[in-house]
Design a protein around this ligand. Structure first.
Ligand code: NAD
Length: 260
């Protein structure tokens, strides 16, 4: 009797936990976001397209610490894989409350060298990937009249960047998509915002080389590169009840890089 009651309470507690999906979360910014949201009390799905071993390792670590996590491989640019992921998350944790679209790719290229394949690949992940995940979680959010979507732009989504035309264009598109979705979904109780990271110390920027990264750190008013945890803190805020009246916004986290 007593253990049945405890079981009932545990089941009730788990059902009341909120669920978050973080795309591209095996490493870098997404990994820090997944860890942060788990510690904030969300059941988290750690999405990845490669290095499933890293996603599973993070999931195991969080579960061992008493949080709730699962790892799931899905390419956000493939709609059927995204739909299957959201279905698996719904089955394990319940409907998705918070969707963090973090997955992204970048490649430097001069304008005259941009090929259709590069353009299509970057837009398929950085922009269409968001459409896929949003369309997959939206029916539940609309039904429940609540939800929170956080996209990932970049400071290069607000300013042009030499040799980054494709990436910068895709990140400008993320801001357009964020604001349009925020306008369309506000009456349904769904908030849509995005973060715009500055230069964050992850694998993505390692291609720039140590010297350039040092120059970028020196050019940053706060005197350092960003850390994945800096962006995770911004996402944690946007996902929280403290941001209940915030939608359609671009939260720049760049140590003052573009505005000061
Ligand atoms: P990263 O390369 O370390 O991580 C990107 C993650 O996305 C990886 O885990 C990768 O496997 C995953 N991913 C790539 N394609 C995917 C796909 N098709 N489906 C699912 N996952 C996929 O980079 P990061 O620095 O952690 O970047 C995270 C996000 O932040 C990206 O959207 C990036 O554009 C953005 N951003 C990064 C910086 C920076 O300086 N690092 C600055 C501004 C914006």
């Amino acid at each position: 009797m007593c253990s049945a009651f405890v079981g009932f309470l545990i089941e009730r507690f788990l059902r009341d936990m909120k669920t978050a999906i973080i795309t591209g979360a095996s490493r870098g910014i997404g990994r820090a976001e997944a860890e942060r949201l788990a510690r904030d009390g969300f059941s988290v799905c750690i999405n990845c397209v490669e290095r499933m071993d890293l996603a599973e390792e993070l999931s195991a670590k969080l579960n061992a610490e008493g949080f709730r996590a699962m790892a799931y491989r899905a390419d956000v640019s493939v709609k059927s894989e995204v739909d299957a992921m959201v279905e698996a998350v719904r089955a394990k944790f319940g409907p998705v409350d918070v969707l963090v679209n973090n997955a992204g790719i970048a490649e430097q290229c001069q304008i005259q060298d941009i090929r259709d394949e590069l353009w299509d690949r970057i837009f398929a992940v950085n922009v269409k990937g968001i459409l896929h995940t949003v369309q997959a979680v939206l029916p539940d959010m609309l039904h429940r009249k609540s939800g929170c979507i956080i996209n990932t732009s970049s400071i290069w989504g607000m300013h042009g960047a030499s040799c980054e035309s494709v990436y910068a264009s895709s990140k400008h598109a993320v801001i357009g998509l964020t604001k349009s979705m925020a306008a369309e979904l506000a009456l349904s109780g769904i908030r849509v915002n995005c973060v715009a990271p500055g230069v964050i110390d992850t694998d993505m920027v390692k291609v720039l080389g140590d010297e350039t990264l040092k120059e970028l750190a020196d050019d940053t008013p706060l005197g350092r590169l960003g850390r994945p945890e800096d962006i995770a803190a911004a996402v944690s805020y946007l996902a929280s009840d403290g941001a209940a009246f915030v939608t359609g916004q671009v939260l720049t986290c760049d140590g003052g890089f573009i505005h000061l």
